[in-house]
Design a protein around this ligand. Sequence first.
Ligand code: ATP
Ligand code: MG
Length: 420
Amino acid sequence: MSTFQAPKGTYDLIPPESAKYLAVREAIAAPLRNSGYGYIETPGFENVELFARGVGESTDIVTKEMYAFETKGGDQLALRPEGTASVLRAALEANLHKLGNLPVKLWYSGSYYRYERPQKGRYRHFSQVGAEAIGAEDPALDAELIILADQAYRSLGLRNFRILLNSLGDKECRPVYREALQTFLRGLDLDEETLRRADINPLRVLDDKRPDVQKQLTDAPLLRDYLCDACKAYHEEVRELITAAGVAFEDDPKLVRGLDYYTRTTFEFVHDGLGSQSAVGGGGRYDGLSEMIGGPALPSVGWALGVDRTVLALEAEGVELQLPALTSVFAVPLGEEARRVLFAKVTELRKLGIAADFSYGAKGLKGAMKNANRSGARYTIVAGERDLAEGVVQLKDMESGDQTAVGVNEIVAELESKLG
Ligand code: ATP
Ligand code: MG
């Protein structure tokens, strides 16, 4: 061990486990790529004000969890705690919304940073894959995103997740509900900070995870009973489209989620094998966000799925991912001439797309065969001076243990046909 360790709340992705993370990212991205979403990458940090305005001044993310700092040049920046504000900022900056092809559909994958109390499934550095559909108000778009997330989880083999769905209303009906909720909250026995939150953003109190608060919220008024006709019709159509797609969901009238910018459709994906860090992903519609960060009105919808918790969910369900073999062929040269010959064969195999590796460093046959075993290779090719003098290499089938001599000039074609 060195003098240093990974910072608190972080961990390293190391082989072989790291392959799972790549596979999860790939599985989430695949249905998006297949549905008109283009890849976007934004910086790991932004002007702190983007998040303060875009995520919301009263959210835990902004008040407690953000890594904000001043640069040597005096800029106020923050490590990104989430993806949506950055993606929308970048889309507006590049005028993607003016190219006449709305919605602008984008997907991203990367690292996010929140100063949280580290626990299993809750880290200070974590990774998300996300999708945003910017500039269209259409229930089919909300449904599309929910269906694609469901497809992504299912393609990984996950089964024990649930989709929670709610509508947060819009600027017509939410203010009326907000006031009713505020009146209700003021009558409760809450600490000062929570009362202050009830004043600034009462809906967020519904998201409070403390049992003593939740107990008092049993009779809280529900947004469901306050939705205007337009929001009700919109929500009903989202529900119908998801149902028609065969995707099961649960109505959760108390689901509000932690960010200020959501309107209408909100949803969360929860997994029951994860203890208290049960949310594997979430998202919703954010019709007001563009204007909040100085852009035009651009109704939009998106989600972010947590890669770390998805990996934990796979482990909780005991799902073994079908990962491609790291090495199909391992080459073991015995002597100088064999090194040159087999190294050239390995290079040829790799050019053909066959995963091949080589025994490096001067090793005896025993040590080299140990490496061949560890590599998981299906075949090993071994060659010594005597083999080469006869114009052959030894091809060993690592499953059956059978060994046969194959001509030096035939070995690549032979392996290619064997590995199909
Ligand atoms: P939670 O309620 O658990 O704090 P959240 O509402 O803050 O989650 P979002 O901001 O919606 O989470 O982020 C989307 C997803 O990113 C989450 O569902 C989760 O899978 C993942 N995520 C969020 N914060 C963390 C974290 N600190 N560590 C690991 N994954 C996280
Ligand atoms: Mg959180």
